[in-house]
Design a protein around this ligand. Structure first.
Ligand SMILES: C[S@@+](CC[C@H](N)C(=O)[O-])C[C@H]1O[C@@H](n2cnc3c(N)ncnc32)[C@H](O)[C@@H]1O
Length: 297
């Protein structure tokens, strides 16, 4: 099992959904992401894992899947998601660290990670955890923030930005906020056991004055037209990749979902505290949310 995992960008108590999305003037980005997801999601699926689910903004978009497990390190984000989606058999709310996923191997046939790789100081470790819990041939949709975007290229060429958008190392522009180079992400995915099947570039017009002057429908329509150019070159601020889990996966125990994030032993499941009979830890279940956070960094 993993130990000494990287620090987490903590959203506990944050009003991210309200401040950034509901009142943050990002209707265009939200609509562009919805189009990209529609184009990449499989037509049908069993169990979807949403990594860094936040307040559940994207979760209703996974309607082709029978069940969805929402993972976020922040319990308060999950409480917002639970209040939005409701408590029912379709959703499983899990407070956990992506670097230490509390699920058995090979459990999910679908996964998404939207606007969350952005916070990963060790992307290969994070993606390897995702790969571990996915079934072979499962579909994983990864969004990443692209350091080689047109604005960064322009600023660099005009001498207004010190870092190069053309080199492969990530740029940490604020604490635990990373933009990645598309070639580097391809390498991370390969190392973790994923193959890119399709790539879309998204949010080409993420510029304040365009968003203010051009009607939302026209801007999203133009974005929809440009998204497929992502197959050739990626110079938009956001990139969506449809990835396939390649190679063998561990076989999911038929009736098991959870394993101890510390020692890896199977946990009983059911709507109750999860007691690990191997290492003796108890993982709390409260108000519809399982809590597998090893330490609350
Ligand atoms: C920018 S928000 C995106 C939320 C949602 N995917 C969306 O697009 O609306 C990033 C989310 O990732 C979560 N997060 C960051 N690091 C994490 C980690 N190591 N494990 C689990 N969740 C994490 C944060 O708590 C936050 O809710």
């Amino acid at each position: 099992m993993t130990s000494n995992t990287p620090p987490v960008c903590n959203y506990e108590g944050s009003e991210y959904q309200k401040d950034f999305w509901d009142e943050g003037g990002r209707a265009y980005e939200d609509a562009a992401e919805e189009i990209a997801l529609k184009r990449l999601l499989p037509g049908v699926g069993n169990f979807m894992l949403e990594l860094g689910a936040g307040a559940g903004r994207n979760t209703p978009r996974y309607k082709n899947f029978k069940r969805v497990a929402l993972v976020d390190f922040s319990r308060t984000q999950l409480e917002q998601a639970r209040d939005l989606l409701g408590l029912n058999q379709r959703y499983v709310f899990v407070a956990a660290d992506i670097y230490r996923l509390p699920f058995v191997d090979g459990r999910f046939d679908g996964a998404t990670m939207i606007r969350t790789l952005h916070h990963m100081a060790d992307p290969v470790l994070a993606l390897s955890q995702v790969r571990r819990v996915m079934a072979s041939e499962g579909v994983f949709i990864l969004e990443f923030a692209n350091k080689r975007n047109l604005k960064a290229i322009g600023r660099y060429l005009l001498g207004r930005q010190a870092w190069s958008p053309f080199t492969e190392e990530p740029v940490e522009f604020a604490d635990l906020n990373f933009d990645f180079h598309p070639r580097a992400v391809r390498r991370y995915l390969d190392q973790a056991g994923f193959e890119i099947a399709k790539q879309l570039t998204v949010s080409h017009f993420r510029v304040g004055f365009l968003k203010r002057r051009i009607p939302l429908k026209i801007l999203t329509g133009l974005d929809a037209l440009l998204q497929p150019t992502g197959a050739l070159i990626q110079v938009s601020p956001s990139v969506f990749s449809k990835c396939i889990a390649v190679g063998d996966s561990g076989t999911a125990e038929e009736d098991h979902l959870f394993q101890c994030p510390v020692c890896g032993s199977l946990l009983p499941g059911g709507e109750m505290d999860q007691v690990c009979h191997e290492c003796g830890r108890t993982w709390e279940y409260r108000d519809g949310i399982y809590d597998f956070r090893v330490d609350q960094k």
